[in-house]
Design a protein around this ligand. Structure first.
Ligand SMILES: C[S@@+](CC[C@H](N)C(=O)[O-])C[C@H]1O[C@@H](n2cnc3c(N)ncnc32)[C@H](O)[C@@H]1O
Length: 241
């Protein structure tokens, strides 16, 4: 990725984040759904080029993790749900790893418009993972896996998000997500304790168990903003009961 990105794009990316009036830099964006709607609504058209230049590694890492836990090539596999699919970079990585049956959801219609243009997903839905529009628009146990890449720092209602993931993933399926190491480790908004609670959820829900937690890894190390390029993420894998 480094080779394709000249200094022009790097400086354009920096300019976008810090100089365009009304567009908050990544580090200053409110970490809420409203903040995400604002940021990604304005950023959608240049998002792919920008984060590629920032050496955004998480889509490929998550796809590779999923491949290590699930075999590809089943005759009629259940699809993978890409939760917070954005423009579809995560879908591109999943498709390259052999997961070609994809469904996406994201709250930003601008990001989804770019995503739909790539024709990678069989369907996408403009939907809030935190449940403001109700449960996810999918039946129970209909996905082989759920992946969520680069999204959870905008989430506050983890119990709602996890409950829905547990509901829609098939028994034995996997849920793989990234989260900032500092937020996960400090259990901000109960992100970690809530995940733990779904290991014995009751109320008719089968729940999941955690089977993998990575070390903290670089997120976008080439981001020109100093507060961003030091950020690290963990990769978490849960398996549905
Ligand atoms: C950094 S982008 C990641 C997109 C894609 N997964 C990727 O790896 O390129 C974060 C995405 O999360 C979405 N998002 C944030 N909060 C959300 C919510 N509550 N429900 C659904 N999507 C949300 C944003 O709209 C944005 O597209």
């Amino acid at each position: 990725m480094h080779g394709r990105c000249g200094s022009f794009i790097r400086s354009s990316a920096r300019g976008f984040c810090s100089q365009v009036p009304g567009v908050p830099g990544l580090g200053h964006t409110p970490k809420t759904r409203k903040g995400a709607l604002d940021l990604y609504g304005r950023w959608a058209a240049s998002y792919d080029d920008t984060v590629r230049c920032w050496d955004y590694r998480s889509p490929a890492r998550v796809a590779s993790l999923l491949k290590s836990f699930q075999s590809v090539g089943a005759a009629r596999p259940l699809p993978v749900l890409d939760a917070g699919c954005g423009t579809g970079l995560s879908g591109e990585a999943l498709a390259a790893a052999g997961f070609s049956s994809l469904v996406g959801v994201d709250v930003s219609k601008e990001m989804l418009r770019i995503c739909e243009g790539k024709r990678l997903y069989s369907s996408v839905a403009c939907w809030d993972l935190e449940g403001s529009q109700g449960p996810l628009p999918f039946p129970d146990k209909c996905f082989s896996a759920v992946v969520c890449v680069g999204v959870l720092s905008y989430i506050q209602c983890f119990d709602v998000v996890y409950r829905e993931w547990c509901r829609v993933v098939a028994p034995g399926g996997h849920v793989i997500f990234t989260h900032r190491d500092t937020l996960w480790d400090a259990d901000v908004h109960s992100c970690r304790s809530s995940a733990r609670a779904f290991e014995s959820p009751g109320l008719g829900l089968a729940g999941w168990r955690r089977i993998y937690c990575s070390e903290a890894e670089a997120y976008m190390p080439d981001t020109p903003e100093d507060r961003e390029n030091v950020k690290m993420v963990r990769y978490l894998v849960f398996q549905a009961a």
